[in-house]
Design a protein around this ligand. Sequence first.
Ligand code: FAD
Ligand code: UDP
Length: 386
Amino acid sequence: MFDYLIIGAGFSGAVMAERIANVMGKKVLIVEKRNHIGGNAYDKHNEEGILVHQYGPHIFHTKLKNVWDYISQFTEWQHYHHRVLGSIDGKQVPIPFNLTALKKLFPEQLANEIEHKLVQEFGCNTKVPILKLREANDEQLRLLANYIYDKVFVNYTTKQWGMLPEELDPLVTGRVPVHISRDDRYFQDPYQGLPKHGYTSLFENMLRHPSINLMLNTDYHEVVQFDHQTNQIYLFNQPFKGKVIYTGKIDELFGYKFGELPYRSLRFEFDTLPIAQYQETGTVNYPNEYDFTRITEFKHMTGKYHRWTTIVREYPQVYNKDVKGQDIPYYPISKPENRELYKKYYVEAKAYNQLVLLGRLAEYTYYDMDACIAKALKVFEQQLLE
Ligand code: FAD
Ligand code: UDP
């Protein structure tokens, strides 16, 4: 009945389904346990008619022209460059920390001296991860590094991950490097924006094809069996011979036999307020106050008019697959021991020659949306196109 089976209808699954149907002309079944497509990028209009991102704010940004060209087939774009302010010492300053933040927070003469040294040491318009800046030889640069570490990173990271910055893969805090520049945008990628009619509409456009069949509200366990003894896969109790693209959690696929891969989860608190605008920028980070990490106001991002506004606060929390409300695995935790555990499952998965692992969960990798799309396009070209 079907040539390909895909588990999960997020970016990873949707790109594969779209390519299989449009390029190969083959039939594909997508099985998705949620009641909607789009994975964590899903958005919808709330009761007040304001477009919100149900699983946290999603800004599309990429350096990759092929990804931008590909995804632009399915949407027009709302022009948007994300700006974030951080609440530091009673002031709101740009995040990533940049020369503007330095001027706002430090006495003028000291700020000028430090700026001069930063430019001399690293150059203009460069980005320096905080953990690298802390290793600077110069005393004033170390003073700055320790200030930024204390005021921007240590408390935010402890809230977000339950760990100190140096306990995580440096790439995590390296996502928000100190920027020796006055450019106050969160990303400098050449391609940025939000889908003009929302992410869900983008996904609908991707998946609108007679050869793409979608089963929502269906955990794959209800229709697919993996026999780990024989490495045979069954769909609707019949042996299935086609390729299976799996975008769920890899440890779940193997019944957690080596133990659970840890994740960090979030609780979102949405608030709709009878005012036109709540804050100055799309997101304001609160590293040192409150239990939440940041507040995002959707109207800045979506550009949609409404007389009221909706904001969301993000409260990080422990992930627990058995507790409702804590059971969404938002973030894989990048640490060497977790990579080691992942590898054990990966070896098991390799025994299935039909199986393709893709995405944040199946690859246990802190991917942004563009990276998921890039990976799916590459895997499609290299492993599916015969
Ligand atoms: P997912 O979107 O998680 O999709 C996997 C799908 O598989 C889900 O729909 C899930 O329900 C389904 N599934 C899982 N298990 C089963 C099962 N047993 N049976 C059936 N279906 C199953 N990226 C950006 O580029 N920009 C941003 O601004 C950005 N902001 C983010 C903010 C937050 C708070 C978070 C958590 C992530 C953010 N991301 C952002 C990352 C982005 O969400 C991911 O890169 C992307 O959604 C991953 O797509 P995916 O298809 O791999 O996984
Ligand atoms: N971070 C921080 N303070 C900030 C912003 C980010 O400490 O004000 C750290 C924190 O560890 C966070 C990481 O940098 O998890 C990556 O931030 P990003 O905004 O990329 O996280 P995401 O949007 O993926 O949640």
